[in-house]
Ligand binder design. Structure first.
Ligand code: BGC
Length: 441
């Protein structure tokens, strides 16, 4: 990897923090969604999660042991502004202030995400991301965090995966706030993109020193066959899932196929706000998606089909490292001079392996997964693609959104009954790999 490459781990607030109502924190849409029951496997909640809010010093010590040079975490908006507006809750900002100092002392570059899906419930009550005012509120929140942490955070991501927040939260209702609006969820995408822009502007004008980027979930689309109908469906999903976010952020426009939906919500000035200069472009990658033309009674203009002949993770995701390579090359081919340096901001896999009798968590499948995905990155780096980092999702097993605690993504095993931490074999493997790199950052 090139000099200064960021080898990191990633977490997010709601999946790991717990302490859902501590120190003046307000309620988020995930608190409401999980407490209502019925939306999450086993009706799990993130009330306690991995207790990272209290146990962070122990977790930071593990990072120091791991030897990574970067860590990605998210700030919980309702800890900072319990009702999503107004002055900061001092206890909330104090928490992140201590965490940031702890991470710095452990030798980490700090990548802070401002929104990983935990919208203050009070804002959802006013329409949430369907309301364009939410983007303005987000800008105010970003300024508060920028003013407090901006002297130390090295990389900022205003909004995590606006596409997933839109589709899973407002499209199909698998995530909070549980709305099922199908393609009518697109106003949420536009407002999340406006929040990205407003957040970038607010961070920079707050005097925050770090690089400002994004973290978008992208997938290469594989048409099920060469038939025009399959190819057309795949192109449409590519526009919906990938290009909506890249084109808006990098080119200040929406793909043509989306314009009829988007012109209902876009107002003058919105697209220039969304298109802020980015210091890096973060890619979150999971799998390729095989797409076919819709069959019979489908209400969507495409159908998602299984990728065949591949091993899968516990979540049923096919493991296809060369599709990460394909994706990174595709980004360069499509956006060329408009594309800032890339960072792989999130790659990970769910495997449920727990401790054996000797207490060892032998998760060879995760080792293979990260080795092969890092190899894919190394291959495109050799082909001249400017990739500056790789963040393994996740440091800790945590609350996996709609999947509750049924999936484990961590390099560190968390016993959800005792909250004890056990570094897995993949942790040791990652440490050895990093130790073998020249540390020249
Ligand atoms: C989310 C993560 C999540 C992962 C696996 C990603 O899209 O950003 O928070 O853990 O999917 O479910």
């Amino acid at each position: 990897m090139p000099p200064g490459f960021l080898f990191g781990t990633a977490t997010a607030a709601y999946p790991v923090e717990g302490a859902w109502d501590a120190d003046g924190k307000g309620r988020s849409i995930w608190d409401t969604f999980t407490h209502a029951g019925g939306g999450v496997v086993d009706d799990a909640t993130g009330d306690v999660a991995s207790d990272h809010y209290r146990r962070w010093p122990e977790d930071v010590e593990m990072l120091a042991d791991l030897g990574t040079n970067s860590h990605r975490f998210s700030v919980s908006w309702p800890r900072v502004q319990p009702a999503g507006r107004g002055p900061a809750n001092a206890a909330g900002l104090d928490h992140y202030d201590r965490l940031v100092d702890g991470l710095l002392a452990a030798g980490q570059h700090l990548m802070a995400t401002l929104y990983h899906w935990d919208l203050p419930q009070a804002l959802e009550d006013d329409g949430g991301w369907l309301n364009r005012e939410t983007a303005a509120r987000f800008g105010e929140y970003a300024a508060l965090v920028g003013e407090r942490l901006g002297d130390r955070v090295t990389h900022w991501i205003p909004v995590q995966e606006p596409g997933i927040a839109t589709m899973l939260g407002y499209g199909i209702g698998r995530h909070a706030p549980g709305k099922r609006l199908s393609l009518n969820a697109f106003p949420a995408a536009h407002h999340l993109l406006m929040a990205h822009g407003a957040g970038a502007v607010a961070l920079r004008s707050s005097g925050a020193r770090g690089a400002v980027g994004c973290a978008n979930s992208h997938a290469p689309m594989w048409p099920a066959s060469d038939d025009d109908a399959d190819v057309g469906a795949s192109k449409l999903l590519d526009a919906i899932w990938n290009a909506t976010y890249t084109e808006a952020m990098l080119l200040g426009r929406y793909p043509e196929d989306l314009q009829p939906l988007m012109e209902l919500v876009v107002r003058p000035g919105d697209m220039p706000l969304i298109r802020q200069p980015l210091d890096f472009y973060g890619i979150n990658y999971a799998t390729p998606v095989r797409v076919g033309a819709p069959s019979g009674d489908a209400d969507l203009p495409f159908e998602l089909l299984p990728v065949l002949g591949r091993p899968t993770t516990d979540g049923g995701w096919p493991v296809v490292p060369e599709a990460l390579q394909e994706l990174l090359l595709l980004m360069r081919a499509r956006y060329r001079a408009a594309l800032p340096p890339l960072v792989v901001t999130q790659v990970g896999c769910a495997y449920g392996t727990g401790p054996d009798e000797a207490g060892v968590v032998d998760d060879q499948a995760r080792i293979d997964f990260h080795r092969d995905h890092l190899q894919a990155v190394a291959t495109v780096v050799r082909q001249g693609v400017d990739v500056r980092g790789y963040f393994a999702w996740s440091l800790l097993d945590g609350f996996e959104w709609g999947d509750g605690f049924s999936q484990r993504f961590g390099l560190v095993y968390v016993d959800h009954a005792t909250l004890a931490r056990t570094p897995k074999r993949s942790f040791d493997w990652f440490r050895d790999l990093i130790a073998a790199q020249p540390r020249n950052d």
